[in-house]
Design a protein around this ligand. Structure first.
Ligand code: NAD
Length: 497
């Protein structure tokens, strides 16, 4: 491994526009230094296939170095006042927002989402930094009556310690800040392992953190093309006290098992199988707009994307017709171009999954309403697709498609819809559209989900606790609950009073 000087510009970013190359040093960031490696891996633009940068491909030893740096930084970081940490976080927030346009372009280049969505993600991601800078000033303990006349009980909330954050490619910025902001604000240093498809946004965030003066070792980014070796270190090293993972359910389960050896705390934001229920009293036009937002955002590649549309018989045909009419107007193309609503999928495997779900459904009797094929643009572009007459026997009923496929299931009664919605091992987000208030309460209470959106197609915000039940995960991100994930309670018994 070779070490290059901070702020050295690497030739590895030549395909990036000049303004972005200044923001991205394609090395890892450990202990306040940019750390190169002989081995590099290519980060490509999914819209064009062009290589954007060759990034340092680190090994397990480098991950241990990052953990050691974070551990060494912990005592001084936790001793700062909440306000001192908040001031740094606020400066980071300001830097992120000052670079909103650059970060958005970078994200569209490496991830593919339309520029408007990337701008939105920068603002959404930054909002966690702003929120937790404030909220961590209000971390409070308690004093309780003692269990004897000479005793008192004190309860402290202390930072948990070194946090490892492993993040996915679908939200290259927000999934990092949603973990790091509460951890840092609470007094915990972090080691970030970004997704191999989208490390450039993570590196840009680290560069901005360096620019605003975060102390060495407090925020580290370990880039690697083979995540298992890094994950092994982060889940087994006793100096790491908490792992926060967002990604697929199989990887989450593996990491949770690996955490058992050191009884490490874990927050897991995993896969979903979101139902979107349209009842016969719904405002159908509003439901169609909500459906577009919840299904086709990020080309269907979000964990809270609708996976199953459950439509009541009385409005089934009308909803299908309105949805298809709207879907066929969605602009597909390079996210940097104007008017694009749906970019490419992240890679060929993602296209295969969408195709296999469509083929399976068609074989078992589904009806194609629109789309259904790879897009004429080629590459990993796919037509926004709607299929009808979908049933529980089809793969899409059970598996997350993670692509632009809207399958329409049919139901007769309210309780049938609730049962269908809950018939999955997942429990992340659920959506429904209805007007009758008794029905709304009944359905809201019947859904076994961590998040429920009523007459609304988008629910993510830093102000609310985001997370799932069942196999969709453990813990919450956002709101004051997201801060609790990075603190431990210490009970002190004072006797002899
Ligand atoms: P993934 O599980 O393949 O990868 C996620 C991260 O884990 C990446 O950084 C990857 O490098 C790393 N990883 C993979 N194998 C590993 C291993 N053995 N050890 C350590 N790290 C490892 O998921 P993905 O394809 O990047 O993301 C898509 C999935 O993420 C979907 O299932 C989606 O629903 C889920 N997701 C969930 C949320 C949520 O908040 N619940 C948010 C976004 C995405």
């Amino acid at each position: 491994m070779s070490h290059s000087l901070p702020n050295s510009k690497s030739p590895g970013t030549s395909a990036l526009p000049e303004s972005l190359a200044e923001l991205v040093i394609p090395d890892a960031y450990i202990n306040g230094r940019w750390v190169g490696a002989e081995k590099r891996f290519a980060v490509t633009n999914p819209a064009t296939g062009e290589v954007l940068a060759d990034v340092a491909d680190l090994d397990a030893d480098a991950a241990r170095e990052a953990v050691a740096a974070a551990d060494a930084a912990w005592p001084a970081w936790r001793k700062l006042t909440a306000k001192q940490r908040a001031n740094l976080l606020r400066a980071w927030f300001d830097a992120i927002m000052a670079h909103q346009e650059d970060l958005a372009r970078l994200m569209t280049l490496e991830q593919g989402k339309p520029l408007a969505e990337s701008r939105g993600e920068v603002a959404y991601g930054a909002s966690f930094v702003e929120f937790y800078a404030e909220e961590a000033k209000r971390i409070a303990g308690e004093t309780l009556p003692g269990h004897g006349p000479d005793k008192r009980i004190l309860v402290f909330r202390e930072p948990i310690g070194v946090v490892a954050a492993i993040t996915p490619w679908n939200f290259p910025l927000a999934m990092i800040t949603r973990k790091c902001a509460p951890a840092l604000a609470a007094g915990c240093p972090v080691v970030i392992k970004p997704a191999e498809a989208t490390p450039l946004t993570a590196l840009a965030l680290a560069k901005l953190a360096e620019d605003v003066g975060f102390p060495a070792g407090v925020l580290n980014v370990v880039t690697a093309s083979h995540p298992a070796a890094i994950g092994e270190v982060l889940t087994t090293d006793p100096r790491v006290r908490k792992i926060s993972f967002t990604g697929s359910t199989p990887v989450g389960k593996k990491l949770l098992a690996q955490c058992a050896g050191t009884v490490k705390k874990a927050s897991l934001e995993l896969g979903g199988n979101a139902p979107f229920i349209v009842f016969d009293d719904a405002d159908l036009d509003a439901a169609v707009e909500g459906a577009i937002a919840s299904k086709f955002r990020n080309s269907g590649q979000t964990c809270v994307c609708t996976n199953r549309f459950l439509i009541q018989t009385g409005v089934y045909d009308a909803f299908a017709e309105k949805l298809a009419a709207r879907v066929t107007t969605l602009g597909v193309g390079n996210g940097l171009e104007d008017g694009i609503v749906q970019g490419p999928l992240i890679n060929a495997a993602a296209v295969d999954k969408v195709q296999s779900h469509i083929a399976d459904a068609m074989e078992k009797g589904a009806r194609l309403i629109c789309g259904g094929e790879t897009h004429a643009l080629g590459g990993t572009f796919f037509q926004p697709t709607v299929i009808a007459d979908v049933t529980a026997e089809m793969r899409v009923a059970r598996e997350e498609t993670f692509g632009p496929l809207a399958p329409l299931f049919r139901f007769e009664t309210v309780d049938e819809a609730i049962a269908m919605a809950n018939a999955t091992e997942f429990g992340l987000a659920a959506y429904f559209y209805a007007r009758d208030y008794k029905r709304i309460w009944h359905v809201m209470e019947g859904l076994e989900y961590g998040m429920v959106a009523v007459n609304e197609g988008i629910l993510s915000t830093e102000l609310a606790p985001f997370g799932g039940v069942k196999e969709s995960g453990l813990g919450r991100e956002g709101s004051r609950h997201g801060l609790d994930e990075y603190t431990e309670l210490k009970y002190v018994c004072i006797g002899g009073l």
